[in-house]
Write a protein that binds this ligand. Structure first.
Ligand code: NAD
Ligand code: TDX
Length: 343
């Protein structure tokens, strides 16, 4: 039997695929290799003759029903973990079409195939963003969903569709909602890698609005360990929050990065805010903790290691930043720098 990891060439999916392979599991990755997908993330696995035997890669779209069914029939899949998604909020604000396709229609195609081939476990990787901004208490799994940007709304659609397949067809679905991930191999469009790499290049760090938004950071390895744990201990039809317990103001995280790299704080610039910017994300993870899981990596330690990784792997991110990213960055940030600069 094999595990199918969709989106396994992306940031979190590649860490999870490596983890499965190192446990000796036959691992099949289906990934469209969008701008965010990168097989270099799995180079160590592919280049090693021992691990490469356990690994098979299909380049393709989760919306392609024929391909998805072909993989199910050829590869003897018993478990599917769906990481495939358009994942960047700012891109969804500029253009939401791909998000609806992949994060909603793609989930539908996977669920239908999983039902047809009667698989044993379907893990839908959702996100804390489906709850919307946290006003007071950290969100529990039973709280209402209130997504406030097109990315979050499309993820909420995939999340609830997966749940509906459990209720309606008893497809063994589990849904996970994690907080903000950080760690090696994260695409430099995201906050932490963007700020580390801009600082390394002595470029401005564009902090949205007043920078007093709060994110709860979880190291990608802690997140993958939690998903692995849930595959063994989670109950079908349930939702599990996965938080790092590291709520930080963005401005503090930015200062920490500059201090670690011994760069001037004058690189930090307050720029025009993100439309509909969620002020705070916070998760109550007592449900998962009661089963015996907790995050292991302290944010400041994990962030120091992550900064080191970006210092040591400049060719990895420079290749990305010199490609499609140039046009994206100019388009995305030009109007921000023209906006109000806060004190
Ligand atoms: P990512 O953008 O780094 O990776 C997404 C991967 O999916 C890429 O390899 C991309 O090529 C692939 N993909 C996109 N569209 C596809 C399609 N139609 N068919 C097949 N493959 C496709 O994203 P990530 O940060 O690794 O996030 C992975 C998952 O975790 C996503 O579902 C995201 O919503 C969720 N999540 C992310 C975070 C975070 O902080 N990064 C937090 C919570 C949940
Ligand atoms: O240039 C920036 N400046 C800035 O101040 C960028 C890119 C971000 N930010 C802020 C916005 C957020 O408050 O930093 C915070 C983090 O931003 P992102 O890295 O874009 O993450 P976020 O919008 O919080 O969403 C992330 O967490 C939930 C992931 O991208 C999602 O895929 C996940 O579901």
């Amino acid at each position: 039997m094999a595990i199918l990891i969709t989106g396994g060439a992306g940031f979190i999916g590649s860490h999870f695929a490596r983890r499965m392979i190192h446990q000796g599991k036959r691992t099949v990755v289906l990934d469209k290799l969008t701008y965010a997908g990168n097989l270099e993330n799995l180079k160590d696995v592919v280049d090693n003759s021992k691990t490469s035997q356990l690994f098979k890669f299909y380049k393709g779209d989760i919306c392609n029903q024929e391909l998805v069914e072909h993989i199910f029939s050829e590869e003897d899949i018993d478990t599917l973990v769906n990481f495939a998604a358009e994942s960047h909020v700012d891109r969804s604000i500029s253009s939401a079409g791909n998000f609806i396709d992949t994060d909603m229609k793609g989930v539908f195609v996977l669920l239908e195939a999983a039902r047809r081939f009667s698989i044993k476990k379907f893990i839908q990787i959702s996100t804390d963003e489906v709850y919307g901004t946290t006003h007071k208490d950290a969100f529990r799994e039973t709280d209402a969903l209130n997504p406030s940007n097109p990315y979050a709304a499309s993820k909420a659609g995939g999340d609830r569709l997966a749940y509906a397949y459990w209720v309606t067809y008893e497809l063994p679905v589990i849904i996970t909602r994690a907080s903000n991930n950080y760690g090696p191999n994260q695409h430099p469009e995201k906050f932490i890698p963007l700020f580390i790499t801009n600082a390394l290049e002595d470029k401005v760090l564009p902090l949205y609005g007043d920078g007093r938004q709060v994110r709860d950071w979880i190291h990608v390895e802690d997140h993958c360990a939690a998903i692995d744990f849930i595959m063994d201990h989670g109950k079908d039809g349930e939702v599990y929050n996965i938080g790092g317990g590291n709520e930080r103001y963005n401005v503090d995280t930015a200062h920490f990065i500059l201090d670690e790299l011994r760069k001037s704080h004058s690189l930090l610039e307050h720029v025009k805010d993100r439309a509909g910017h969620d002020r705070r994300y916070a998760l109550d993870c007592s449900k998962l903790k009661s089963l015996g899981w907790k995050a292991q990596i302290k944010f400041e330690n994990g962030l120091k290691d992550t900064i080191q990784w970006y210092e040591d792997n400049q060719s990895w991110w420079k290749r990305i930043k010199n490609g499609e990213f140039v046009e994206y960055y100019n388009k995305q940030y030009k109007h921000r720098f023209a906006g109000t600069v806060l004190p």
